[in-house]
Structure formats: structure tokens, C-alpha cells
Design a binder for this molecule. Structure first.
Ligand SMILES: NC(=O)C1=CN([C@@H]2O[C@H](COP(=O)(O)OP(=O)(O)OC[C@H]3O[C@@H](n4cnc5c(N)ncnc54)[C@H](OP(=O)(O)O)[C@@H]3O)[C@@H](O)[C@H]2O)C=CC1
Ligand SMILES: O=C1O[C@H](COP(=O)(O)O)[C@@H](O)[C@H](O)[C@H]1O
Length: 524
């Protein structure tokens, strides 16, 4: 019987046979060196790339072959054994670099010639000359690059796939424009819009957890769940990325995409199958039930200097030194359907906070007529990072002579349970999905449209705050942006905000990971 790894390898083979050319556009950039090439190496090392693979890097920067190899391997984790080191050397042999412009047909033809030469050198038969284009580029050039590729480098003797990185537009209008332009050039099934959160282990686990466990199905609705929080916390600011970040803000950076994707997996109905379109159909349906976020449901903040760390406005790369762009937001989404009416889904995200953490926290209702008085509410938490875990806060008799009810947990911490496991990076998993032609973990065009509708009115208000009129007023005057200290838990108003949306910590004196049993008994 085939192992899980062999099954995946077989799926790649069924799709691409023995050959593919992967073309990394923007190969000189940050994403390419930090994520794309290390992920490609991971796939190569584990035998997922077809045996006749070549990777061509393309960008404007002139680089020697040696410089290119050094650049693309600098973020590959150094292995502790010779086999790993020799794999890196083998990996270097299957890649080359072409330098050229993004707006000249001759330059693209130069790339096409290099790809054709490589295909001929590898003696790839017609029909198997598959080409995968990975756009690791700034969004400002997505459309011209897609046009150049389609006109000059698109293959006619095999399949073509185009991987696009976020951001997919700035609002509904620009996103629809991008979708329209890409749609003129590539078929929807050739396009893979990456949201790397969909490649994270715990995010991929949401469907398995929800739909492979009977005990969740009957409690997964407004009758049992009081509120859901999806939280993203980073302990560092925008240092060095202020130029990019200021045009986007925290909502466009991680909420409209990463956190909303997680929300749709938690909230969607059961798909008719695990087929990509079935899953994406359900995600679109639930997104369409969410009303645009109102001002009353938003708490926005920007970090200020504290503990020797600079405030957002002190970031040297920031052009607008009076920027009102939020670096923190808590937003309550309301899903107007039979399952979720009255259950707020609170998205919270911030830079320069007190810790690194991404999690989903589902808080259940109080036990009606509880025999044990005011016991704490149950919570189911999916820790996405760091240290993947699923834990359930639940109430239990205090072990020993006491009859008290105490809050404790059922804890599935991956690093304790799966000690031999090394979880692949999200990008590795997603590029493998492209090779297997599985769109489940990629964003469909109508999903994007529905997602932008939820955020665009609020985003336009925020954008208005950065645009002052002649009288010095801004068009977002009714919108408050508060401050919080670098390294804090966020704005002081946050606890009140989540409380006002139902989050209740009465009698919850316990925090995960659990205290030792000895520590508990000492407290008796
Ligand atoms: N960096 C990261 O960690 C993440 C990035 N992303 C997304 O990935 C994509 C790429 O990001 P990243 O690698 O950081 O981007 P970079 O700014 O590093 O750009 C990638 C390459 O594009 C070329 N380039 C940059 N600016 C321009 C321009 N104005 N006109 C033409 N070419 C330009 C440069 O190559 P050359 O000049 O050599 O042609 C550069 O090396 C973006 O869409 C980003 O949002 C998503 C998640 C994380
Ligand atoms: O897309 C983005 O995500 C990162 C966070 O990704 P993670 O995998 O490290 O959780 C975020 O830092 C960045 O601002 C944003 O553009």
C-alpha cells in the first residue's frame, strides 16, 4: 500500500508526468529568497518535484550565477548532515537565472528562449512541457507581468499555471479590475491566488476537525457558541516596511485575507465533498452572508513608542509622518444566516504587541441551570502558531477530596503528541498543491469579491483619514484611531470591546498551557 507521501508523489506524477519548468518572477526579491526557494528546496529534498524539473529565476537585477545561487539558498535551513548538504548542491544544479525587464517583449522572449533551451536540453517531449509561473512581485506590476508572460512565455506544449501573491487589490474596485485583467489572460483554473495562511497546518486542520468529529457537528452553531475570536499578534512593528505598510494598514495586510479565510473555514456549511470547488462554493456562500463592517464594530489603533522601541510614526521608511493608518484593529463581523445570527466573529490583529500568537478561540454559552453555579464557559482553541495545538477549556471536579469544579483543559499540543513531526512551511504545502493541481487552498475570484465587500466601506473611511481637505478636515472624521504602547496587549479599550461583543471570562482563572498538578494541589 502506498504511504501518504507516495500518494502525494503519485498525484504530482499524474498531473505533470516527469517534467516541469518553474519560473520564479521577482527572483531577486524578499519573498523569493525567504519563502519561495526554501519551499522549492523542501519539495525537491522530499521527492515531490518531478525528476525532470528546472527552476528559472527572472528579475531585472543583474546577478552572476554564483550570486544567484547564494541568494536563493541563504534562507534554506542548514541541515545537520551531509545528505542535506549534498541535496542543496543537487538543488543548485536544477536552477538558473535570467535577468530582464518586465515591460519589454524582447526581454520576455529572452526568458522564453532560456526556458525552451532548458526543455530541449532535458529532452522533454511535446505535451509535457509544463510551465508554472510564480509571481513573487509587487502588486503594482502584476498586470503588465501577466500580460508579458501570456504574450511571450506561455507554453503551448503542456499545462500552464500562474501563482499570484497577495495583495489582490486595495478594495472592491481595484480587486475586480485585477481579477478582470488576469481573467482576460489566464483561465480561472490556471490561476492560484496564494493566501499562505491556507497552507498552515492548523488552518488545513479546521475542516478535518469540524467534519470528521461527530461531537462537534451538533454544537457548531448559535445555540451553543456565544462568540468566536480570531487573533493575530506580532511582537514587532513595521520596522523597514513602513513604506509598504502605510498604504495598506493592518486590515488589508492580514485581516481581509488571512483572518477572513480562517473565519470562512470555521463558519461555512459542510461542503458536499472535499473537492476544491465544493469547498470554495461554501466559503463564498458564508462570506456573502456577512454584512459590511460598521464603525460601531471597529476598534482601531496605532502603536506609539515605548520600552525603547520606536512608534509607528518614527519608522524611517514611513513617508507620511502624520499617518493615521491603523496598525491594530479589532472588528466584529456578523454572519446573517440561520447558523450564526447573533454570534459575533471578532477579528483582532496587531503589530508591535506583547507576543507572537495566532489562534481561533470559540467560546461556548453558559451551561443553563448549571448545578455547579457559575463555572467558566467552555472554550475550544485552535492555536495556529507558534506551536500548533488544539485545546479545550473545560470544567472538571477538583481531583481529591474537594467537590469544587475547576477549569482545566484537554490538550493536543502537537510538539508533545507528534514528537517526530516536522511541520512543513505553508509555502511548501501550497506549492505542492499547485503541482497536484488542487485549488482547495487557494482563493477563487468570487471569494475575493465577497471578501472585499465586507471591508471596503470601512477601509475607505480609514483612507479618508489620511486625506485632509483644504479646511484641514478629513473625510473619516467620525472614525477614531486610538493609540497603544509598543509591546502592550493593544489599545486599552480592547477588553471592553470584546466584552461588549459577548466574550465572558467570569470564573476563568486559568490559562493554558496547564499548570502542573503539584501546583494545583498546593493551592488547595
Ligand atoms: N516578503 C514577504 O515576506 C511576503 C511577501 N508577500 C507578497 O509577495 C510579493 C513579493 O514580495 P517581496 O518579495 O517582498 O517584494 P520585493 O519588493 O522584494 O519585490 C520583488 C522583486 O520585484 C522587483 N521589483 C520591486 N519593485 C519593483 C517595481 N516598482 N517595478 C518593477 N519591479 C520591481 C525587484 O526585482 P528586480 O528589481 O530585480 O526586478 C524585487 O526584487 C508581494 O506581492 C508581497 O505582497 C506576501 C507575503 C509575505
Ligand atoms: O502576509 C503577511 O503575513 C505576515 C505574517 O505571516 P506569518 O506566516 O509570519 O504569520 C505579516 O507579518 C505580514 O505583515 C503580512 O504581509
Amino acid at each position: 500500500m502506498a504511504t501518504p507521501i507516495e500518494l502525494l508523489q503519485n498525484e504530482v506524477k499524474a498531473e505533470l508526468g516527469d517534467s516541469v519548468t518553474i519560473i520564479v518572477l521577482g527572483a531577486s526579491g524578499d519573498l523569493a529568497k525567504k519563502k519561495t526557494y526554501p519551499a522549492l528546496f523542501g519539495l525537491f529534498r522530499n521527492g515531490f518535484l518531478p525528476k525532470n524539473t528546472h527552476i528559472v529565476g527572472y528579475a531585472r537585477t543583474g546577478m552572476s550565477h554564483q550570486d544567484y545561487l547564494e541568494r536563493i539558498t541563504q534562507y534554506i535551513k542548514p541541515g545537520d548532515n551531509n545528505e542535506h548538504k549534498s541535496k542543496i548542491e543537487e538543488f543548485k544544479k536544477i536552477t538558473s537565472y535570467v535577468s530582464g525587464l518586465y515591460d519589454k517583449d524582447e526581454a520576455w522572449q529572452g526568458l522564453d528562449n532560456a526556458v525552451k533551451k532548458s526543455e530541449n536540453d532535458r529532452k522533454i517531449p511535446s505535451g509535457n512541457k509544463h510551465r508554472i509561473f510564480y509571481m513573487a512581485l509587487p502588486p503594482s506590476i502584476f498586470i503588465p507581468v501577466a500580460k508579458g508572460v501570456k504574450k511571450n512565455v506561455y507554453g503551448h506544449e503542456g499545462v500552464n499555471r500562474l501563482i499570484v501573491e497577495k495583495p489582490f487589490g486595495m478594495d472592491s474596485e481595484s480587486s475586480n479590475h485585477l481579477a478582470h485583467e488576469l481573467g482576460q489572460l489566464f483561465k480561472e483554473d490556471e490561476i492560484y491566488r496564494i493566501d499562505h495562511y491556507l497552507g498552515k497546518e492548523m488552518v488545513k486542520n479546521v475542516m478535518n476537525m469540524r467534519f470528521a468529529n461527530i461531537f462537534f457537528s451538533n454544537v457548531w452553531d448559535r445555540n451553543y457558541i456565544d462568540n468566536v475570536q480570531i487573533t493575530f499578534k506580532e511582537p514587532f512593528g513595521t520596522e523597514g516596511r513602513g513604506g509598504y505598510f502605510d498604504d495598506f494598514g493592518i486590515i488589508r495586510d492580514v485581516m481581509q485575507n488571512h483572518l477572513l479565510q480562517v473565519l470562512s473555514l470555521i463558519a461555512m456549511e459542510r461542503p458536499i465533498s472535499t473537492d476544491a470547488e465544493a469547498i470554495r462554493d461554501e466559503k463564498v456562500k458564508v462570506l456573502k452572508c456577512i454584512s459590511p463592517i460598521s464603525l460601531d464594530d471597529a476598534l482601531l489603533g496605532q502603536y506609539v513608542a515605548a520600552n525603547g522601541k520606536p512608534g509607528y510614526l518614527e519608522d524611517e521608511t514611513l513617508k507620511n509622518k502624520e499617518s493615521r493608518t491603523p496598525t491594530f484593529a479589532a472588528l466584529a463581523c456578523h454572519i446573517n444566516n440561520e447558523r450564526w445570527e447573533g454570534v459575533p466573529f471578532i477579528l483582532k490583529a496587531g503589530k508591535a504587541l506583547n507576543e507572537a500568537k495566532v489562534e481561533v478561540r470559540i467560546q461556548f454559552r453558559h451551561v443553563p441551570g448549571n448545578l455547579y453555579g457559575g463555572s467558566a464557559r467552555n472554550e475550544l482553541v485552535m492555536r495556529i502558531q507558534p506551536k500548533e495545538a488544539v485545546y479545550m477549556k473545560f470544567n472538571n471536579k477538583q481531583p481529591g477530596l474537594s467537590y469544587q469544579t475547576i477549569q482545566t483543559d484537554l490538550d493536543l499540543s502537537y510538539h508533545k503528541r507528534y514528537t517526530e513531526l516536522s511541520i512543513p512551511d505553508a509555502y511548501e504545502s501550497l506549492i505542492l498543491d499547485v503541482l497536484r493541481n488542487d485549488h482547495s487552498n487557494f482563493v477563487r475570484d468570487d471569494e475575493l469579491e465577497a471578501a472585499w465587500k465586507i471591508f471596503t466601506p470601512l477601509l475607505h473611511k480609514i483612507d479618508g483619514k489620511n486625506k485632509k481637505s483644504a479646511e484641514g478636515k478629513d473625510s473619516g472624521d467620525d472614525l477614531k484611531i486610538t493609540t497603544y504602547a509598543y509591546g502592550s496587549r493593544g489599545p486599552a479599550e480592547l477588553d471592553e470591546f470584546v466584552k461588549s461583543h459577548g466574550y465572558d471570562r467570569t470564573n476563568a482563572h486559568y490559562s493554558w498551557p496547564h499548570q502542573s498538578v503539584a501546583a494545583l494541589s498546593n493551592k488547595l
